[in-house]
Write a protein that binds this ligand. Structure first.
Ligand code: 26V
Length: 824
């Protein structure tokens, strides 16, 4: 068959997507792919078969999507991210493709339960937390809106570690997610790019131009793996390309010929460790060479790939910014600025200024944190050794930039020092955030408050220099996963009243407002929540052995464990609440289940100790007959995308209690409010905008504002005053300090409490009284179920703004310069 005939055949006779067609494909895949007799197939074999049947259909659609984008000469958006926290793909793909019902029926006719086998799929956990999940939500949105959006990242062999709790403590286990193979990926052994490290730069003159040659390098091959990303309710399928590191063949020859066979194998394995493991750290920068190599590895392969496609399309290199937008997800891929310059200068031989103008117009940079310890810097000496040509380019960029600064602020030597890409004060470091800002035409924060703080503090000098570059784009979440998929009962209830179009236009939820005043609707809403709570209760029992009462208030804090997120503040309230019940004040309180979940970075000792304290407190409280029926404390292990999808729809109260000014946005806050939880929170991150959206009567705000936090610190914060003046707080801290919750080792939490009393960097004690008071408001409202439900419904109805589709549209208009219209 000629190519044209093959394409015609595919276009006009795609794989059938009805029940019978799917059934045949599943049966075929079971026999021919999994190689199993249907009579002997295990649930995992069925999973393999059904994912195979789905992928066949996705891949056809992806082909047509790509052909269309090429034909339309669409401008492409490339999202560069070290992390993608995707979760399981089967149910999500089925729902987006519209195959859910026929697949479920097809399987059921073969005696197989779809949801049971879907649970066997491991999460794709190639990310730490909010930043990685945001990247996954953005891919879903770009595909769902038919945007030519491409994700680029790393195919880690090991994703986010699996957390087990042993004797109350976190233990990390490797996440070998590819153990049983992966049906969602397409290996592209022909899509290979060379990525170089080390070596030296030779400079010579060529017709009066200075040319640079980077030579004597070590080479690694980046091999592409493609993951189809289906849009919701359309036939659009986009692509996520993840790179795996392979040793080069030249490399094999050179080393093996030297006769050191074992040494050569060792070297090969070392090279391939570049894509071995995700760094499980989400708030402290890692100064490890391997991390820098990971960053450059995926950036270099991606940009080579992007430029190759640009040329294959017949475009000129000078047109790059018309055809391509590159988004930097935090500074992790910021070396891309130097890499693009390197290719434009050394390969395409463009003049410096031309290359620089193109580079700036192509890049956008999203900042996700103000925490100083999370800001990436690389010692100049390391950068010089690992990427010598890039270090030169960074110096050149800085030279031009410093001239511009001196011109704008004549005589101000301090600002020159502060703005320099090279930090001279801490032993010469490359500041990756400065490289990202200087090399981008747009820089954005991820919530209004966060952007305002960026302008006022971290990037204040840059803001004074280039105010027009700064924009605020508040994060969002995909309604496809976080409502439609995770909460099918609520989704059906909503759709009964307002139809199903909210899945692609979340602002339509507004129409639910009036139903909050209808008693019958409230009863329906409540019964959905109760069913979700019963489901979670059964899972909690299975995972932890703890019985919880589904009629109690489910008070939930799920997120990475970090001091600034203040799980400790929550826990101090738990102990205070416990004491109140023991004092006989139970009658005035609604029964509660306080659920925590989240991972601590393996090297973050204080965070791990907080997990242990939660478990120690839980152990005492859950075994105290006096509070039985009033209070239970649960630490739900191994929080990941899949468990989030069960916990979030079951929450009544959403804990968003970070020290004001420290949480860039938060996105869990949005997921919980969308699913009808009321927020108890500080005026931090997107909480500020959530309050505006849901109305201040429908959220429990407490505590110091970001401004007051800054003032308090400036004045000289003295945490002990709060201890001295608040008897309830004193009692709680004394109990923890004295070993009440750690009778086997009474001094276990002495240092932790002493740190709170003497230092308290996150102002836990300063906010304690206000927090307890806000908890009392929450408690009182919960004892009025009609009113609680009404407000919960208003939360759901008013969260439309926080759809990731709105976020992506803003990026499209304000940063990427692409038109987010639908072509298919
Ligand atoms: C930082 C680092 C530092 C170097 C080592 C590896 C590593 C990995 C991840 C990070 C990310 C820190 C920034 C981050 O996750 N920010 C979160 O971004 C969310 C999405 O914008 C936002 O909702 C959270 O508030 C913010 O903490």
């Amino acid at each position: 068959m000629a190519i044209a005939d093959i394409l015609h055949e595919l276009e006009h006779h795609p794989r059938p997507c009805d029940k019978e067609g799917l059934k045949k494909s599943i049966r075929d895949a079971l026999i021919h792919q999994a190689g199993k007799d249907p009579l002997e197939a295990t649930p995992r074999d069925w999973l393999e078969a059904v994912s195979y049947a789905v992928r066949e259909r996705m891949i056809e659609r992806r082909m047509f999507t790509q052909r269309l984008f090429n034909r339309e000469h669409a401008k492409r958006v490339y999202y560069l991210s070290m992390e993608y926290l995707i979760g399981r793909m089967l149910i999500n793909s089925l729902l987006n493709l519209g195959f859910y019902d026929p697949t479920r029926e097809a399987l059921s006719e073969m005696g197989v339960d779809l949801l049971t086998i879907a649970e066997l799929e491991p999460d794709a956990a190639l990310g730490n937390g909010g930043l990685g999940r945001l990247a996954a939500c953005i891919l879903d949105s770009m595909a769902s809106q038919c945007m030519p959006g491409y994700g680029y990242g790393i195919r880690y062999e090991y994703g986010m570690f699996q957390q087990q709790i042993e004797h109350g403590q976190q233990v990390e286990h490797p996440d070998n997610w590819l153990r049983y193979g992966n049906n969602w990926e397409f290996a592209r052994p022909e899509k290979l790019f060379r990525v170089r490290f080390y070596g030296r730069v030779i400079t010579h003159r060529d017709n009066g131009n200075i040319r640079h040659h980077w030579q004597d390098c070590e080479e690694v091959i980046a091999m592409a793996y493609d993951y189809p990303m289906p849009g919701y309710g359309n036939k659009n399928v986009n692509n996520l390309r993840l790179w795996a590191a392979k040793a080069t063949r030249d490399f094999d020859l050179n080393y093996f010929n030297e006769g050191d066979y074992i040494g050569a194998i060792q070297k090969k394995a070392e090279t391939e460790t570049i894509s071995m493991v995700l760094y499980p750290n989400d708030a402290t920068a890692i100064g490890r060479e391997l991390r820098l190599k990971q960053e450059y590895f995926f950036v270099s392969a991606s940009i080579q790939d992007i430029l190759q496609h640009h040329e294959e399309m017949g475009y000129r290199i000078s047109e790059l910014a018309d055809k391509v937008a590159l988004q930097l997800n935090d500074t992790h891929p910021a070396i891309a600025v130097a890499e693009l310059m390197h290719l434009l200068l050394d390969k395409h031989e463009l003049p410096w200024m031309t290359a620089w103008e193109i580079t700036k117009s192509v890049f956008g940079y999203t900042n996700h944190t103000l925490l100083p310890e999370a800001l990436e810097t690389w010692p100049v000496a390391v950068m010089e050794r690992v990427l010598p040509r890039h270090m030169q380019i960074i110096y050149d960029i800085n030279f031009h930039f410093m001239n511009e600064v001196r011109h704008t602020f004549p005589g101000d030597t301090e600002i020159v020092r502060r703005l320099s890409i090279i930090d001279e004060d801490h032993g010469r470091q490359v500041r990756m955030a400065h490289l990202a800002v200087v090399g981008s035409h747009k820089i954005n924060g991820v919530a209004a408050l966060h952007t305002a703080l960026l302008k006022d503090t971290l990037f204040n000098d840059f803001y004074r220099l280039w105010p027009e570059r700064f924009v605020s784009i508040t994060n969002g979440i995909t309604p496809r996963l976080w409502l439609n998929q995770a909460n099918p009962a609520l989704s059906d209830l909503i759709s009964e009243h307002i139809g199903r179009d909210w899945v692609m236009d979340l602002s339509q939820l507004k129409a639910l407002e009036s139903f909050a005043d209808v008693a019958r609707c409230r009863a329906e809403f409540r019964s959905v929540k109760e069913a979700n709570k019963r489901h979670l209760a059964s899972l909690v029992l299975e995972r932890t052995g703890i019985h919880i009462d589904p009629t109690a208030m489910f008070d939930v804090q799920v997120k990475r464990i970090h001091e600034y997120k203040r799980q400790l503040l929550n826990l101090l309230h738990v102990v205070a609440f416990y004491n109140r019940i023991r004092r006989g004040e139970a009658a005035q309180q609604a029964p509660r289940v306080v659920l925590f979940a989240g991972k601590a970075a393996p090297s973050y000792m204080r965070a791990k100790q907080i997990i242990r304290l939660i478990n120690d407190v839980a152990d005492v409280i859950n075994h105290d007959p006096v509070v039985d029926g009033w209070l239970k404390v649960v630490f739900y292990p191994n929080y990941d995308v899949s468990s989030a999808a069960v916990i979030i729809p079951a929450a009544d109260l959403s804990e968003q209690i970070s020290t004001a000014g420290m949480e860039a946005s938060g996105t869990g806050n949005m997921k919980l409010a969308l699913n009808g939880a009321l927020t108890i929170g500080t005026l931090d991150g997107a909480n500020v905008e959530i309050r505006e959206a849901v109305g201040e009567e429908n959220i429990f705000i407490f505590g110091l504002t970001a401004e007051q936090v800054a003032e308090t610190r400036q004045r000289g914060y003295r945490p002990r005053t709060h201890y001295e003046e608040n008897a309830e707080l004193r009692e709680v801290l004394d109990m923890i300090r004295s070993g009440f919750f750690s009778p086997d080792e009474r001094g276990r939490y002495r240092a932790l409490v002493d740190d709170l009393l003497g230092n308290d960097a996150f102002l836990v004690l300063a906010d304690f009284a206000a927090y307890v008071e806000a908890q009392e408001r929450a408690d009182a409202l919960y004892r009025n179920p009609e009113e609680w439900t009404r407000r919960a419904m208003l939360n759901t109805a008013r969260m439309g703004y926080f759809s990731i589709d709105r976020t992506v549209q803003q990026y499209a208009e304000e940063v990427w310069g692409v038109n987010p219209e639908c072509w298919i």
